[in-house]
Design a protein around this ligand. Structure first.
Ligand SMILES: Nc1ncnc2c1ncn2[C@@H]1O[C@H](COP(=O)(O)OP(=O)(O)OP(=O)(O)O)[C@@H](O)[C@H]1O
Length: 376
């Protein structure tokens, strides 16, 4: 088939992936990488696929761009089906822009000519005006005459963004766009790019393994594990309402500590004290069996340093993070905790400090027969 199929669509999402399966042929065998993966974005939304190396993020992006065929499922963009198991619209018919990790700028072209590369069909004055507007949009209005090597990494990535936005794509794909940049710059550029995309109203999908980047740019984030999305949600919910142990472990800093459900008091009791079982958790099970052993997720910000608290823990590790220290603390039982403490509280290793719980909701998982884990 060669034509892009039109689907009846009203109030449909702008981009929709429905149960897509993608694999690579290795010899005679098909090796499936993406297993029945679905998500949808409304026009103007920014989605992010977040996961460890090799989980299949780039493969999904390549399928959306039209570089990989589907073995099952479908992809719809702007109401048109662009991929299914029998048909793959060619990449150039999709009106999809791509920003790559290595910027992929043309080294022999000026910044302005890089941005104008996809605008060659426009008359010169119109082209110049559009280039100027895009350079202003990405904060490089005065840099048009320079060559890529005369710019910093962050500036080069902004040129790549302007170039990808120039033909007004229906969708923008960003493949680890900030991973060549300094850690400090990544988060800042991610939120700048978010502002730019929101200003032009472009729907976008970004892939990254860096949760801070994902948090800074995305409206919705899909945490991926082994070719599936294990939770598609807002950054807030991924952090505070992780759907399973993997997400709880992958996102944020925290530990799992053993707890026991007490139905009489509707609490979960842990070594540090008692926490109300369902406080702040719409999804919690108020009928969890009495006496059930669970693992309670304690985030580093759920544990507060308090000199007056009778509860003491030993400092076994500390990492200076500017505004605060990330302390690893050991309870008398040997259970480890993490605590973010303002950095003027500078305690030595081996010192015992007072702590108390300040968790505004409780996340529990059915007990696993394993040593208490540490996440983050
Ligand atoms: N062209 C290919 N042929 C065969 N296998 C491939 C091909 N491209 C990727 N793979 C395999 O598919 C799996 C997923 O790769 P993919 O690049 O999608 O992961 P990723 O999550 O983007 O990882 P990274 O963050 O390291 O880029 C990996 O095991 C990889 O080896």
């Amino acid at each position: 088939m060669s034509a892009i199929h039109a689907l009846p669509s009203h109030l449909a999402p702008h981009l929709s992936l429905e149960s897509i399966r993608v694999g690579y042929r290795l010899g005679q065998q098909m090796h499936e990488i993406v297993h029945s993966l679905s998500f949808a974005l409304q026009r103007g939304q920014i989605g992010c696929l977040l996961g460890q190396s090799g989980c299949g993020k780039t493969t999904v992006l390549r399928a959306i761009a039209g570089f990989e065929p589907l073995t099952e499922g479908s992809i719809t963009l702007g109401g048109k089906e662009i991929s299914n198991a029998h048909f793959t619209a060619t990449p150039e018919t999709r009106q999809i822009g791509v920003v790559f990790q290595d910027y992929a700028l043309f080294p022999h072209l000026s910044v302005a000519d890089n941005v104008g590369f996809g605008l060659r069909k426009l008359a010169a004055p119109e082209r110049q005006a559009r280039i100027a507007a895009l350079l202003t949009l990405v904060g490089l209005a005065s840099q048009g005459k320079k060559f890529p090597h005369e710019l910093s990494g962050g500036q080069q990535q902004r040129v790549a963004l302007a170039r990808a936005l120039a033909p007004q794509p229906d969708l923008l794909l960003l493949d680890e766009p900030f991973s060549n940049l300094d850690v400090d710059l990544r988060e800042r550029l991610a939120s700048e790019v978010r502002d730019i995309l929101k200003e032009v109203g472009t729907t976008a999908v970004l892939v990254t393994h860096d949760q801070h980047e994902a948090f800074a740019i995305a409206d919705q984030i899909g945490v991926m594990q082994d070719g599936v999305i294990v939770q598609w949600d807002s950054a807030y919910n991924l952090y505070h309402r992780p759907a399973n142990r993997f997400v709880a472990d992958f996102i944020g800093l925290g530990v799992f500590t053993p707890g026991i459900i007490d139905q009489q008091t509707q609490n979960v009791n842990i070594e540090l004290g008692s926490l109300p079982l369902c406080h702040g958790m719409e999804t919690c099970d108020p009928n969890a069996p009495d006496g059930q052993q669970v693992d309670v997720l304690l985030r580093a910000d759920d544990v507060v340093h308090d000199d007056t608290s009778p509860l003491q823990a030993e400092v076994v590790r500390k990492a200076f993070r500017g505004a605060d220290f990330l302390y690893t603390l050991k309870l008398p039982s040997g259970q480890l905790l993490l605590a973010l403490v303002p950095s003027h509280h500078d305690h030595a290793l081996g010192e015992r400090i007072g702590i108390r719980l300040e968790a505004d909701h409780v996340v529990t998982f059915t007990k696993e027969n394993e040593a208490p884990g540490m996440s983050g």
